[in-house]
Design a protein around this ligand. Structure first.
Ligand SMILES: [Zn+2]
Length: 407
């Protein structure tokens, strides 16, 4: 792993190189930014550089790649590199911790795998490096426990917290770290990556990249969950809207959201097991009922409060928002065609539909439709029931309900 392999993050990488060349590396970094834009790659590259044993390379250069430390790291068994991630709970000495679902980085995991080893001497390199992935998954107890290590870092220790939701970390944690912000990737780069990694047709890769707006991680996840199939369904629902009525449109929207939520949960679960390469104990995590841990996770993931009755509601709302994004994309494309601008459509595959909408709809109404979708999103945020949101949207799209200009 080399910092020079991290693409399209010049600001973040230059902060890290400056920090390395000054010879005063921080004892804690917070790598923050959207999902899948190179944060983890950069964290591993920084770790490799901090652990590298070669005396001959310039301070701000990448790790040498050939010393004993670099070789251990490449083999995945460097004794001074500690990857702290949720599935670590399965290696915890306490059975009750092992039996948990690992939805959070709990205090026992942080204590056993981070705080305690941080107090011990490094084995090979001049320091220990702890990379905390999904740092926002540390619950409050874990964050509080970590705070002390951040305040008085033991000897040669470097912590790299990686997160796509820095706002979910305690302000006291954030303020003790050198913050390194990662930005969005250029959509063309995301599209190329999708094409190469998934062997996707160019049109699909471009559509996903445009929808994900520079977040490669989101694009990959959405692909695993079949988002473009959902786009096809959303387009068909819109096509049927004028004949089928508002209530049916609302039902279809909710069905599409439910199906997408299920596929996202399956995709996430498969991804975790793909990484782990073993057991499937969590595979039902987002389905079924009665498990309060699911609720807790739902709340944590969305950052919203949810009651006991809100089981899975958060996942459904998140998926519904994606469906709304697809609906908005259809109308944006129709507007693009309508105003005759450069026709780089969001959903090129749905062009026949967007063309027909654009031919029979004024630009002003298309604009209203786009605002209606934005309003529907805000309704979801305010916990309006999906059925009501769907009915409002259907009515607004056919011009039968007013859309607030400001809300
Ligand atoms: Zn090296």
């Amino acid at each position: 792993m080399r910092l020079s392999d991290v693409q399209h993050q010049p600001r973040a990488i230059s902060i890290l190189r400056r920090s390395l060349s000054s010879g005063r590396t921080h004892h804690a970094y917070l790598f923050e930014g959207p999902e899948g834009v190179g944060k983890q790659m950069a964290a591993k590259a920084l770790a490799a550089r901090l652990l590298c044993l070669s005396p001959d390379i310039p301070a701000d250069a990448d790790a040498c790649g050939t010393c004993a430390s670099c070789r251990l790291l490449a083999r995945g068994n460097h004794p001074d590199f500690h990857l702290i991630e949720r599935r670590l709970h399965k290696l915890h000495p306490d059975r009750t911790i092992r039996a948990g679902k690992g939805l959070f980085l709990v205090v026992d995991v942080i204590r056993t795998f981070l705080i305690e080893p941080a107090g011990t001497k490094p084995a090979v390199s001049s320091r220990r490096v702890f990379l905390v992935d999904e740092a926002e998954r540390m619950n409050e107890g874990a964050q509080n426990a970590l705070l002390k290590t951040l305040e008085e870092p033991p000897g040669q220790t470097c912590l790299i917290l990686v997160t796509s939701s820095a706002e979910r970390l305690l302000p006291t944690i954030r303020s003790r770290c050198q913050r390194v912000a990662f930005g969005l990737l250029p959509p063309e780069f995301v599209a190329r990556q999708l094409g190469q990694r998934l062997n996707l047709p160019a049109a699909d890769a471009e559509a996903l990249a445009r929808l994900a707006g520079g977040r490669l991680g989101a694009a990959l996840r959405w692909h695993r969950a079949g988002l473009l199939d959902a786009a096809q369904e959303a387009a068909q629902s819109i096509a049927r809207l004028e004949r089928g009525g508002v209530t049916r449109f609302s039902q279809e929207l909710i069905e599409a959201g439910t199906a997408l939520a299920t596929r996202l949960a399956q995709a996430d679960s498969q991804q975790e097991h793909h990484v782990e390469g073993e057991d499937a104990e969590d595979s039902g995590a987002s389905e079924g009922g009665g498990d309060e841990m699911i609720d807790e996770e739902a709340v944590a993931v969305s950052g919203r409060r949810g009651g006991a009755s809100a089981l899975g509601t958060s996942e459904l709302r998140d998926a519904l928002k994606l469906v709304l994004m697809l609906v908005a994309a259809v109308y944006r494309d129709a507007l693009l065609l309508n105003v005759g601008g450069p026709a780089a459509l969001h959903l090129a595959a749905q062009r026949p539909l967007t063309e027909s909408i654009s031919q029979r709809t004024s630009a002003a109404h298309l604009d209203t439709c786009i605002r209606a979708v934005a309003h529907a999103e805000r309704m979801l945020d305010r916990n309006v029931t999906p059925a009501l949101v769907g009915e409002f949207l259907g009515a607004a799209l056919v011009g039968a309900a007013p859309v607030p200009i400001v809300d």
